[in-house]
Design a binder for this molecule. Sequence first.
Ligand code: SAM
Ligand code: SF4
Length: 355
Amino acid sequence: MTSLALGIPTIRRDPARMPSMAGRPHTDGLVDKFGRVARDLRVSITEKCSLRCTYCMPEAGLPAIARDDLLSAIEIGRLVGIAARDLGVHDVRFTGGEPLMRPDLVEIIARSSEVALGASISMTTNGIGLDKRVDALVAAGLNRVNISLDTVDRDHFSRLTRRDRLPSVLAGIAGAKRAGLTPLKINAVLMRDTLGGAVALLEWALENGCRLRFIEQMPLDADEQWARDNMVDAAELLAVLGTRFELTAPTREDPSAPAEEWLVNGGPGTVGIIASVTRSFCADCDRTRLTAEGTVRSCLFGDDETDLRSLLRGGADDHTIAEWWRGAMWGKQAGHKINADDFIRPVRSMGAIGG
Ligand code: SAM
Ligand code: SF4
């Protein structure tokens, strides 16, 4: 059905077929049928990772993507250029897997920032090894990083990520701050297992000048352990944080920004809550995604993918690639349906899509 080797079972629509443009208005941007415009590009660049977070990866890691199936730095740069120049993308974020596992990450950032026409270039990372590479990455054009950290307790960290690497993550955070990538955002996934450490994590973030954001766990774990009944939601987290902090008035200046920012103890410190499951922001979603194998995904939860890699390698011009990308986004689904009875998990887990 498809020339792509995704390292995973089937994808619902044939990615090698041009998506339908029926009813699409003539406009350059990445519009969809629900009036949304995607301007925020997430680019996954690897399936490899130095951790095995239980809410994301299987213990053995994801099936390896063959080297030839991965987009090269040159191909990533070309697609980022098309996104920024022809499709109206103004934020480009590299993710994975763990982006720092790519030896050519500096080249990827350099090529992307060269063609991204003023777009912001950022990365979501677990921070391991960042201290050693951050200066080169910033020199190449990296503007911002989000670092993922769920607990500051070393034993707990080892259990949650199946790796004893907390000191390396903390070194990465220190390195990012030293390089001026501030204010630094820290992402923490909310789980029953992490709830007990939430107060300590927020105390640590406030002391260290980091902007902590808690994310409701989504059913995107490769082990398929997520259960709606057992999920910790934003309300439960607020009750726990409320025992130690005074939290006031959430603000959401940009409606497409998923985090609601609560002031802590009157400010200036804040804590963000991304209630992706219980208060879905799908109606304001402005994301478009590229997988490490070069398919466009219009939604985390939509298995429809469109193969741009074969186009690139088949000699297609930028105009054609942009048209396919527009078609892929025109077909974006309305939302994730996690709370509906007929919800179906996507085929790819979070680490194979890029969070
Ligand atoms: N390895 C990098 C990292 O951990 O930051 C980048 C990739 S990771 C898939 C991107 C983000 O997705 C991380 O902040 C991670 O915590 C989050 N994530 C992973 N699995 C998740 C899940 N099931 N629900 C919600 N967020 C998840
Ligand atoms: Fe790796 Fe990030 Fe997934 Fe953790 S969340 S396993 S660090 S890709």
